[in-house]
Design a protein around this ligand. Structure first.
Ligand code: NAI
Length: 221
């Protein structure tokens, strides 16, 4: 499995498997068949088998999957068996909301610091994390071996800050600013755009509404 390329589609589904398996473990379930997992996750059993076979098939015929083993293996693949030191740039509404969410730490994402340009925010502490001046950015990244940064600043400043982060050695950016960043190949960016997710929801609900209208019209004829 080590070093093997796993398709992007499978990677996208892994966090959901990880969540379900974590819940099963918490409720004391030791093993589960692909059929049982399929019923809970509303994914076909064949899809589950296909996805999990990517990792050398943790399942055994007639036994099912060992929940703890599978949970740990998926955790390793997702890299959450290790700690990631992270900073947040932009300590406004979104930056503070992320800092206040203690559960990221349980997944290995340790928020070491927050940065802003607003003098009224600098010096404040959010859940034990100090907000520092963005002037201290490079020094802090180097001293604390920071690898990851969440970007929660206005888009007009995002390019400049991303360049500084990369030059200082950050190689993973969790980007909330509404821009597509240009970064070198050895830097990874994960864009999170809630508005895009909302637009997908809007598309789906509009389709449902249209369908309902069509049915009503048909009935009325
Ligand atoms: P906010 O205005 O509350 O916070 C932005 C913070 O960034 C402010 O504290 C400001 O002083 C700071 N800032 C500005 N330039 C900076 C720089 N060069 N260096 C360091 N800090 C700097 O805004 P909010 O609501 O927290 O949103 C932040 C950004 O995230 C906005 O661009 C917004 O459009 C975006 N956003 C994205 C979402 C998504 O799903 N991707 C959802 C919500 C907001």
């Amino acid at each position: 499995m080590e070093g093997r390329e796993i398709s992007k589609a499978v990677i996208t589904r892994l966090p959901r498997y990880y969540r379900y398996l974590g819940e099963l473990m918490e409720s004391g379930v030791e093993r589960i068949s692909s059929n049982e997992l399929s019923a809970q996750m509303k994914v076909t059993a064949s899809q589950i088998r296909q996805d999990l076979n990517n990792f050398g098939g943790f399942g055994q015929q007639g036994y099912g999957y060992n929940v703890k083993y599978l949970y740990e293996e998926i955790g390793k693949i997702l890299g959450i068996d290790r700690k990631h030191s992270m900073i947040i740039i932009g300590a406004g509404n979104l930056g503070q909301a992320i800092a206040n969410y203690a559960n990221f730490e349980k997944r290995g994402f340790v928020i070491k610091g927050m940065f802003d340009i607003n003098p009224r925010l600098i010096g404040l502490v959010v859940r034990g994390i100090e907000i520092r001046s963005v002037d201290e950015l490079e020094e802090f990244i180097e001293a604390n071996h920071i690898q990851m940064a969440a970007l929660t600043i206005p888009k007009a400043r995002a390019y400049e800050i991303a360049d500084r982060l990369v030059a200082a050695g950050v190689n993973a950016i969790w980007n909330f600013a509404h821009v597509d960043l240009n970064v070198p190949d050895d830097v990874v960016v994960e864009n999170v755009h809630l508005s895009e997710s909302l637009m997908r929801l809007s598309y789906r609900v509009s389709r449902l509404q249209d369908e309902k209208k069509r049915k009503e019209l048909k009935k009325a004829k």
